[in-house]
Design a protein around this ligand. Structure first.
Ligand code: 5GP
Ligand code: MG
Ligand code: MG
Length: 178
């Protein structure tokens, strides 16, 4: 176990089993559609990589990078676009792939922005959801796991840019957080 890591919340096998199911469901739902997966950097990359291998359809992968002003364990709701999509999404079936939805502010903002570009459809797929923390309502179409209000790291999620490479989700030791 690495220094600073509290307890494992979701182990690797449990993650993979659930992502198998999500991939199957997305494969069924997007038959005959023009699927574009939009990964939100950097947190979604491990989840996206495992998910796309399980979607048995032609698809395009694109990325956006956003940052919310504020401290590293709380998001402020002000979203800044650091990197926009490479491709147009007009007329496409867009599926946003996110690591975690917490207050909902980031996805609320991104949904509005992407809808203004007239995709044929726009849905959201999150690895993790903390429903108790929501400040604005967001319709999440695919959720890997609902989790309690704890700050988690691993499987793409960071604390001060570290821990993203852990293959499981764990709760950060509070002593590690300033
Ligand atoms: P929201 O805008 O929904 O409050 O926050 C979304 C972003 O905040 C996530 O994409 C993620 O980057 C960050 N975030 C929210 N909760 C956690 C958490 O428990 N752990 C980590 N590492 N990041 C989180
Ligand atoms: Mg994120
Ligand atoms: Mg982060």
């Amino acid at each position: 176990m690495l220094k600073g890591i509290g307890r494992v919340l979701i182990d690797e096998q449990t993650l993979m089993r659930r992502i198998d199911e999500m991939g199957e469901q997305i494969t069924r739902d997007y038959q005959g559609k023009d699927l574009v997966l939009v990964g939100i950097l950097k947190g979604s990359v491990l989840f996206l990589a495992d998910l796309v291998k399980r979607i048995k359809l032609p698809l395009v992968i694109d990325f956006m990078a956003v940052s919310s002003y504020g401290s590293s364990t709380h998001s402020s709701g002000v979203v800044r676009i650091l990197k926009d999509l490479d491709e147009e999404i007009e007329g496409k079936d867009v599926l946003i792939v996110e690591d975690i939805i917490d207050t909902g502010l980031t996805l609320n903002y991104l949904t509005e922005l992407l809808l203004s570009r007239n995709p044929r459809s726009l849905k959201i797929c999150c690895c993790l959801d903390k429903p108790s923390r929501r400040k604005v309502p967001v319709k999440v179409d695919y959720v890997g796991f609902s989790i309690p209000d704890e700050f988690v790291v691993g499987y793409g999620l960071d604390y001060a840019e570290k821990y993203r490479n852990l293959p499981y989700i764990c709760i950060l030791d509070p002593d590690e957080v300033e």
